[in-house]
Ligand binder design. Structure first.
Ligand code: URA
Length: 210
């Protein structure tokens, strides 16, 4: 089962590696960057979805490995989770120049890869990090809340119907927001408590980069 998931995720990685039609492909290759597919447990109950890789991520091929990633790790630790217990990915798999917001066309181009990752891993909880991931995921599942603001929806569990059954979307602020703002950090910590009820008993395997 898990080997099968890994095979399917490898196929996604290979497709993204060769995504020459991406407007970000040339920027990736010129800078000797890597695409960032995702990292963690292929059987995870909880999947985190961020926006796009930053510089650190593009240099290493690992999601959330810079300053925002440290915040994410601390938030995970606050509910007794480690990265290897969850799966972490982004909407865009390549870094946009100067960390600008993702463009609509870029989101549309990379969306099928994220959608396949969700269908393969089949998370019970999809925790979105920031407004882009929240908007994309709520629209993807046809949620009636899709046009609401993250300031209204953060921390509230929204039930959606995925291809593999019921799932919960949990909108969260982006960890970068907590870097310089203590009250955003408090909010994120409180919202992470909502995840506690979904933590499964069995702990998983060594960390996978894919
Ligand atoms: N911000 C994101 O949205 N994703 C990353 O992987 C890193 C920073």
């Amino acid at each position: 089962m898990s080997a099968d998931r890994t095979e399917q995720l490898r196929a996604i990685r290979d497709a993204v590696l060769n995504l020459t039609e991406s407007p970000l492909y040339e920027y990736r290759t010129l800078n000797k960057y890597f695409p960032v597919l995702g990292q963690g447990d292929h059987n995870a109950t909880i999947m985190f979805i961020g926006e796009a890789p930053g510089k650190n991520e593009a240099e290493t091929g690992r999601p959330f490995c810079g300053a925002s990633g440290r915040v994410l790790d601390e938030l995970l630790a606050s509910i007794d989770l480690r990265r290897e217990d969850v799966y972490v990915t982004n909407i865009l798999k390549d870094r946009p120049p100067n960390n600008r917001d993702p463009l609509k066309a870029e989101i549309e181009l990379y969306a099928p890869f994220l959608e396949r990752q969700i269908d393969i891993i089949q998370p019970k909880v999809i925790a979105t990090l920031g407004r882009f991931a929240m908007g994309f995921i709520l629209r993807h599942f046809g949620a009636s809340q899709a046009n609401q603001k993250i300031s209204q929806l953060h921390g509230s569990a929204i039930t959606v119907r995925a291809s593999y059954g019921k799932a919960v979307v949990l909108p969260l602020f982006h960890p970068a927001a907590a870097l310089y703002n203590a009250s955003q950090r408090d909010t994120l910590e409180a919202d992470f408590q909502v995840l506690k009820q979904f933590i499964s008993q069995e702990r998983s395997t060594p960390m996978r980069l894919l």
